[in-house]
Design a binder for this molecule. Structure first.
Ligand code: GLA
Length: 394
């Protein structure tokens, strides 16, 4: 674990004791960590049964937890210094939106027939919220893992991943795929994971930041369209599948279709659904090509695939925004940048940039200046370190 992460965990533990006290020294809370994620390529492919290439990073969510004798749950948000208390027999939706995820987690645990007792927790971390690094998945997986350990629920990794996704789908109301939770739980140091979202088979590929660094540029905006448009994209893809299925009953998802097939049915699909399906079938192929380049160490071509992804997300899938497009455009004439694209669900958040290691400082400087001039917003840049997945800190 990195020193900065240790500091964050210690700070949250301190806040736990400030909040709950420990006069007699008997409270020995346990600490759990779940990281945010990046995704190198394969965007919006997860809910179309395609491939993704994420990794977990050195920005994480931490829960400091102790069991209670009663059936109360006391959630204390360290960053906001706000508390929300409820009992395990009343999981109605909270007014504080931040508590939605934790209550959703408990609901999933109960739905599976598991029994837990009351607990108190202080949680927080350093995954920027709304930056497309999946702070919510990290939160869900951290609490699921923590409660499984504390109450001996014996949830395996895949179960935690799927339950986390269901929190989003059934409680929060975003029809998101499986990538974020998977990356947070299965992350491995200095490795990216190629996940086949249809079979859930996965493979680790080493990603050593020796010659290149991955740098995230955070637009610091999150347009309100994000979750409604996300669900709309999912429906548009499903519509595409139902049209293609009429002619090819074996097609169960866009993973089973090809760009050529999509082109054959362009008229019937109609402009919008056609462009969604075109992007999606191309992107699914692109992840596989990109993985081959990665294995061959051909980062130039890997970077080109990243640009191609952005182009598709901007013009065909239409989940980008002016701020993201501007940041990607800024890199086009910079020979030290091999690839850049928007990352995650879209409509704000970060771009991910593959940058020659010696040029990172200049890159960040010029990006910050350009962004400030254009939007009058300071641009945070994060140099990515790939760490392991969900764990207990001993
Ligand atoms: C969000 C969702 C993921 C995935 C990405 C886009 O992060 O939670 O499931 O669909 O968007 O790739």
């Amino acid at each position: 674990m990195l020193t900065t992460e240790k500091n964050t965990a210690d700070q949250i533990k301190e806040k736990y004791f400030q909040k709950f006290g420990n006069a007699d020294g008997t409270d020995k809370p346990r600490i759990f960590r779940s990281p945010g994620r990046i995704n190198l390529i394969g965007e919006h492919t997860d809910y179309n049964n395609g491939f993704v290439l994420p990794a977990s990073v050195d920005k994480a969510v931490y829960f400091v937890i102790s069991p209670r004798e009663d059936n109360q749950v006391i959630l204390h948000a360290a960053d906001l210094d706000e508390t929300y208390t409820f009992t395990l027999d009343d999981l109605s939706k909270p007014e504080q939106s931040w508590a939605l995820y934790q209550i959703g987690v408990i609901e999933q645990i109960q739905k599976m027939g598991h029994v837990i007792g009351g607990f108190q927790t202080t949680f927080g971390g350093d995954v920027p919220v709304g930056a497309g690094m999946s702070s919510s998945a990290a939160l869900e997986c951290c609490l699921l893992f923590g409660l499984s350990e504390m109450f001996d629920l014996k949830l395996d990794k895949f179960t935690i991943v799927k339950m986390g996704q269901k929190v989003e789908n059934e409680y929060v109301g975003v029809q998101s795929g499986i990538m974020d939770q998977f990356a947070s739980v299965f992350g491995k140091e200095e490795s990216v994971i190629r996940l086949d979202c249809r079979s859930l088979e996965y493979e680790y590929f080493p990603f050593l930041m020796k010659d290149y660094l991955l740098v995230l540029c955070d637009t610091s905006v999150k347009h309100s369209l994000a979750s409604s448009e996300y669900n709309t994209r999912r429906l548009e893809c499903e519509k595409g599948v139902s049209i293609l299925q009429k002619y090819h009953p074996e097609i169960k998802s866009l993973r089973d279709a090809s760009p050529e097939l999509v082109a054959q049915h362009q008229d019937e699909l109609g402009d919008v659904v056609y462009r969604r399906c075109k992007y999606m079938t191309e992107e699914i192929l692109r992840v596989q090509e990109a993985c081959d380049f990665l294995v061959q160490g051909d980062m130039e071509n890997f970077g080109k695939e990243m640009y191609a992804t952005h182009n598709g997300l901007q013009h065909e899938y239409e989940v980008s925004c002016d701020e993201l497009d501007f940041l990607v455009e800024q890199t086009l004439d910079n020979s030290n940048v091999l690839g850049a694209r928007m990352m995650g669900g879209g409509f704000g958040g970060c771009t991910i940039n593959l940058v020659k290691i010696d040029a990172v400082e200049d890159f960040e400087k010029s990006m910050k200046t350009a962004y400030k001039e254009q939007f009058n917003i300071d641009l945070p840049c994060y140099r990515v370190k790939i760490t392991g997945g969900t764990e207990e800190l001993k």
